[in-house]
Design a binder for this molecule. Structure first.
Ligand SMILES: [Ca+2]
Length: 221
């Protein structure tokens, strides 16, 4: 048996696992996480919070991509994401006006399409093509609770593909912005996805996995 010796099985499983993961990335049935960064030259009250926010982007169906806006757990903090802004200059997203999905969001979060100016957006040349504003009622939440509190997320289903979305984020022709309110003593601040998002190349991962496997095999000879 090729992998009969004790210990070899574990190594083999790890390598096969890596290859399977890489294969999923290559087929498009995967997900990516994108962080946010501070916008210089404006509000500074929330600069240290930039690392709390992220997007999880994944294939939802053959025609839809799910973008989850996530606020990491931060015990005792009262801030909330009240506005989510999109600059889709690449036009890789469709169905923006109906993309908020309560089913793909933390219970009680409620956003509505409403095209507004992104606070601090002017300083980075942000062109709003869609935006979503926290609502103040609707029978499922009240006031600030309708926004995304720490430990919560909100999901948006766009027409489009994961590959196109990641490519556009990668070259800066697609960007997301967040406006966070109630920071500390009622302050607010804005964040944006990096202008150049490093997207892991599926082919590189696959080659790395296969390369590791080949290395292992060569040592067995
Ligand atoms: Ca700031």
């Amino acid at each position: 048996m090729f992998f009969s010796e004790k210990g070899d099985d574990d190594v083999y499983k790890v390598l096969v696992g890596a290859a399977v993961v890489a294969g999923c990335v290559a087929s498009g049935a995967s997900a990516a996480t994108v962080g946010f960064e501070n916008i210089a030259g404006g509000d500074t009250v929330g600069d240290s919070l930039a690392g709390q926010f992220s997007l999880n982007i994944e294939t939802f169906s053959l025609t839809q991509v799910l973008v989850e806006v996530i606020s990491a757990v931060n015990t005792g903090a009262n801030y909330f994401i009240g506005g989510i802004y999109v600059d889709d200059s690449a036009d890789v997203l469709g169905g923006e006006e109906t993309s908020f999905s309560a089913a793909e969001s933390s219970p009680g979060n409620l956003f509505e399409y409403d095209l507004k100016n992104f606070p601090q957006g002017n300083s980075i040349g942000f062109t709003e093509t869609a935006s979503y504003i926290r609502q103040t009622g609707g029978g499922i939440c009240t006031a600030n609770a309708c926004g995304i509190q720490p430990g919560e997320y909100a999901g948006f289903l766009f027409d489009g593909s994961l590959d196109d979305v990641l490519a556009a984020l990668g070259d800066g022709s697609l960007a997301f912005g967040l406006h966070v309110q109630s920071i500390g003593d009622g302050g607010s601040d804005s964040y944006v996805t990096p202008s150049q998002v490093p997207v892991p190349a599926a082919g590189v991962l696959l080659l790395a996995a296969l390369g590791a496997f080949g290395l292992f095999r060569s040592r067995r000879v």
